[in-house]
Write a protein that binds this ligand. Structure first.
Ligand code: NDP
Ligand code: MG
Length: 382
């Protein structure tokens, strides 16, 4: 039995983690569930797994009494307590920048980290990997593209040395075929109708704007220690090929499966072993797989991410924070869809040089968010 701490247990990733655990009842035992505001969902999980700790990071005033750990600090204490009682793996499915502190707390406590929260790597990959090396713990990517690359590299002896490039696939989101004029008029409801993946609201908006792929390019650069020009993006609307690697001899390898996050989650939970539990296999005869170049003019957050990945320092923090604020302004219908990229681009005009330390990351995060609200003319443009 492997004990597992599930951070962000009430979200889309968290639910898929629980599903994998239900499918493998003799292999895994959840020992911590965390949520932000959904105390009721947390209590339901607690009823099902009475030995698990429950932590509610926000909405503390209205929290049900049976919850053991409250607030941000409470969540960090719960992570520490789990590690002390022998839990060796945390899965982080918290949405956004709020996932960074719990990731670092899990590493500090000596737990391996199955990481769906890409913001941890985008914002502070340098610190995260340094700490992980010091503690000799594994960081296992859960993001489907990075999981695919991770597994492909593991499957090929000496893969990392022979690697020429990484090809991340992108579904292209719901707006792939729209013109710029049409994009100016799309609503949050349109953006939330993703053609292939069912995910939380913020990442779904990011998929529509391609900020998600931008974040994933930065994630790949830091995770696999490759320069940005070695990370390519190709649009693949069927989301069946989850990513590819190309070796220096020109040969390419791909990982194919149905678009279902339980697949990479299961790989991460069983790491370093492999699971024998089978998923529905693909019927290749019923599929047509298409690939096309991304339209960088219509989706400027993608080329912007390459500039950010090249500049490094605190630019990724600013990209992520500005995009997080802009995506939520779009969801609140306070700005138009095209304003998301305009806002991020304007914030990135500032100086984001500096050494990546945890304090500098939080300072830049705060500064970038307040920059967004300083862009008054942009916010009132639509
Ligand atoms: P959801 O919005 O569905 O879930 C987010 C989870 O995090 C919920 O449990 C939520 O609690 C909790 N949470 C939200 N804000 C905070 C906070 N400030 N402090 C602590 N906990 C918080 O998101 P997803 O599951 O879609 O995404 C989670 C992460 O995984 C993101 O980083 C995303 O980019 C990444 N990811 C997701 C994929 C997917 O298929 N969904 C695919 C690849 C990566 P509550 O329910 O109480 O609000
Ligand atoms: Mg992904």
């Amino acid at each position: 039995m492997k004990a597992i701490a599930i951070l962000g247990a009430t979200g889309s990733i968290g639910k898929s983690v629980l599903d994998v655990i239900h499918k493998n009842p003799d292999c895994f035992e959840p020992v911590l569930f965390s949520a932000h505001t959904d105390g009721e969902a947390l209590l339901r999980l607690g009823k099902k797994y009475p030995n698990a700790r429950l932590a509610l990071a926000g909405n503390v005033e209205n929290a049900p009494k049976a919850i053991h750990y409250m607030g941000r600090e409470g969540l960090l204490r719960a992570i520490e307590a789990c590690a002390q009682s022998g839990c060796g793996l945390a899965v982080n499915g918290i949405a956004g920048a709020a996932g960074l502190e719990p990731s670092l707390a899990a590493i500090d406590a000596g737990m391996d980290l199955a990481l769906a929260n890409k913001e941890t790597i985008v914002m502070a990959g340098e610190v995260t990997f340094r700490k992980a090396r010091e503690k000799n713990i594994a960081i296992i990517p859960v993001d489907s593209e990075h999981s695919a690359v991770f597994q492909l590299l593991r499957a090929h002896a000496g893969g990392a040395e022979r690697l020429d490039s990484i090809i991340l696939t992108a579904s292209g989101g719901p707006f792939r075929a729209l013109s710029s004029e049409q994009l100016a008029r799309v609503t949050p409801k349109d953006a939330l109708a993703h053609p292939t993946w069912k995910m939380g609201a913020k990442i779904t908006v990011d998929s529509a704007s391609m900020a998600n792929k931008g974040l994933e390019v930065i994630e790949a650069v830091k995770l696999f220690a490759v320069p940005p020009d070695k990370v390519k993006v190709i649009v693949h609307p069927q989301s069946v090929v989850h990513s590819m690697i190309r070796f220096s001899d020109g040969s390419m390898y791909a990982q194919l499966s149905k678009p279902d996050m339980r697949r990479p989650i299961q790989d991460a939970l069983f790491f370093p072993n492999k699971s024998a539990v089978s998923f529905d296999s693909l019927d290749l005869t019923s599929l047509t797989l298409e690939f096309e170049a991304p339209d960088e003019k219509k989706f400027p957050l993608l080329p912007l991410a390459y500039r950010v990945a090249e500049a490094r320092a605190l630019y990724p923090v600013a990209y992520n924070a500005a995009n997080e604020e802009a995506a939520s302004l779009f969801l609140e219908e306070r700005i138009g869809f095209l304003d998301i990229a305009r806002i991020v681009e304007a914030v990135l005009q500032r100086d984001w040089t500096g050494i990546v330390t945890v304090d500098a990351v939080w300072e830049a995060d705060k500064k970038a968010r307040s920059c967004v609200y300083g862009l008054k003319n942009l916010l009132h443009a639509s």
